[in-house]
Write a new protein. Sequence first.
Length: 221
Amino acid sequence: MQLDFSFYNWALIHDFVLKGLGFSLMLTAIATIGGILLGTVLALMRLSGRKWLDVPATIYVNGMRSIPLVMVILWVFLLAPLLVGRPIGAELSAIVTFVAFEAAYFSEIMRAGIQAIPRGQVFAGQALGMTYGQNMRFIVLPQAFRNMLPVLLTQTIILFQDTSLVYAIGAYDMLKGFEIAGKNFGRPMEAYLAAAAFYFIICYALSWAVKRLHRKIAIIR
C-alpha cells in the first residue's frame, strides 16, 4: 500500500488535530496540577505517623498503582452516572480519572522528595518553635518540589502519552482527531503515522527540556 503524502496538509491540522491537541494539553495540565496537589496530601498522610491517615492513603496509592489506567477510565465513565444520577460526559470522566490516578504516582514522587530532605533541617525548624504544618510549608515542601521537579515533569510527559487512552470512552483527544481524519479520507495508515510522529516530536522536545532543567538544578546544588 503506497502512502498518500497529500493527506498531510494544513487542513488536517486545522480541522481535526488542533481541537484534540487542545483537549490533550488541557487534560495533561489539569491532571498534573490536581495530581500533584492530591498526591502531596497523600504523601503527607503516609508520612504523618498516624495509622488512621497512613493506612487509607497507602491502600489508595497501592491500589491505584496496581490497576491499568484504561480500566479506571472505563470504571469512572460507566459508574459515575450511577452515582450522580446523570451522564457526566467523556471529557469530565477523563479529567476525574486522570487526577485521581496520577495522584497515586505523584504521591510516591513527593514522598521520596520529602524523605530526601535532611532530618536536621526538620529538627532545626522544630527548635525554632515551628509546628508540623509550618515545617512542611516553609522548609520541607519548597525543597522537595525543587529537587523533584525533573521527576515531576517526566511523569507529566508520561501522563501526556497516556491521554491517548481516553479513546476508549470516545473523548476527542489528539489521537481521536487523527483517527477521524483517517476514516473520513480513507487513509488510516497515514493518519496513525502522523499521530505517532506528533507524539514523538512533542514528547522528545519536552524530554530534552527536562534534561536541560535537570542539569541546571544540578549546577545550583
